[in-house]
Design a protein around this ligand. Sequence first.
Ligand SMILES: Cc1cc2nc3c(=O)[nH]c(=O)nc-3n(C[C@H](O)[C@H](O)[C@H](O)COP(=O)(O)OP(=O)(O)OC[C@H]3O[C@@H](n4cnc5c(N)ncnc54)[C@H](O)[C@@H]3O)c2cc1C
Length: 416
Amino acid sequence: MSRAVIAGGSVAGLACALILAAHGHEVHIAERDLPDTDRRRSVPHWQHPHLFREQTHRVLERFAPDVLAEVRAAGGEERVVQGHRAAEDDGRRRSTVLLVRRAVLEAALRRAVTRRSSITYAAGTEVSGLCFANAVAPRRVIGVRTTRGPLLADLVVSAGGRRDRTSEWLLGDGAPAPWLLETSTHLTMYSRFYRLRQDAAPGPLDSPVSAGGVYDGFAGKLLLADNNLFSVSFGVLPDDPELKLLREPAFFAAAAAQLPAIAAWVDPNRSRPVTDRPLAIGALRNRLRRLVSHDGRPVVHGLHLVGDSLCMTNQVFALGVSLALEQAVIISEALRKYPTDLAAQTLEVDKEVVGRIAPHFEDVVAQDRARTEMWRAAYASSGREPDLSGIHAATVSDLDRRLTRQQLLRELRRAG
Ligand SMILES: Cc1cc2nc3c(=O)[nH]c(=O)nc-3n(C[C@H](O)[C@H](O)[C@H](O)COP(=O)(O)OP(=O)(O)OC[C@H]3O[C@@H](n4cnc5c(N)ncnc54)[C@H](O)[C@@H]3O)c2cc1C
């Protein structure tokens, strides 16, 4: 058994704590934000639509079934889907996804953490750097510096999300920076939650949990959530000035009513918006960091990354939380295999990240590139036929493909 400090207490940090505790480790979480506030200062995507894929369900069922019980009690749903995406169900062609808002899942994880006597959760505690045992490379991390003083540990897990500062801390203390791959998603998202009216039947879906997909010049998707809630989201190129109109409630409503797959859901007789205005989020990136140098040696000992700190992927693919839980399992397996050999732990984690996480990252980057090229072409020339050859075949029906950015814009202008 070792003592671990986790820097960041959101979904990845909380889930990692539960998994490490299930393996007999003592865990201390340092979280900058205060809990149970209506707004998460550090997590801008907190209120955005989320779908939790098979890995999330599988890992929680194994290591923290009480979290699933809480999600169910809060109105969340476990839905068994078939052939949803072969790559994510490990070839079994059946998987269970979680239909629940991210804030509800995070609250359930936080409550589960407080039920474990081997985990402590310090809210309002900001980590400001790492503590090292030695000055020569590879340096050994033995804890973190925080606004409430140092926290020493056998192991530090950095779970600070997409603005995680681990690389900065390492460089600032003279250690090499992690190996980094980073690309832009070229995507800005606008989303809004709706609730079905009492006794209103749900609209049609074209996948077990969603409707819509990638169109010629934009994406528009409906996603089911808990308690008769569903979300509608649009994804557009960040440099598409005209589609920025989607920030405005009236234009958002007009656009949603234009999508054949979504129109029936947002009919005012069937549902009403519950988010005041569409939520916007941009500057989203794909990023993969590995704690090894280019010649494959650990850049530091006693430190691991989890969640967006390790791997961020375009949110449209709904992989972030599932990959985070998978990474937490990878870390716990490496600790079990090499309880005292810190270099072997890092190399084992890196081997599994390359084998189990990086392929998802590479797939998302390739699909983003294809989609961005297609959208840029749609933006440049309006009249041509859409080419969706690089896009996952299951994301859009043949009928929907014919809806172009130009048609959507015409409707938005009419709404104005
Ligand atoms: C719009 C959008 C939609 C998404 N949709 C999906 C989806 O459908 N399905 C899915 O699986 N994923 C989705 N994702 C991705 C998913 O939200 C992330 O992968 C996930 O939130 C990552 O969790 P995390 O704990 O790593 O980081 P975060 O949730 O960002 O949390 C980081 C935590 O670290 C804390 N922290 C940061 N720095 C410090 C510090 N110095 N000291 C102490 N605490 C610190 C922060 O306060 C915060 O609590 C989406 C992302 C976006 C942006």
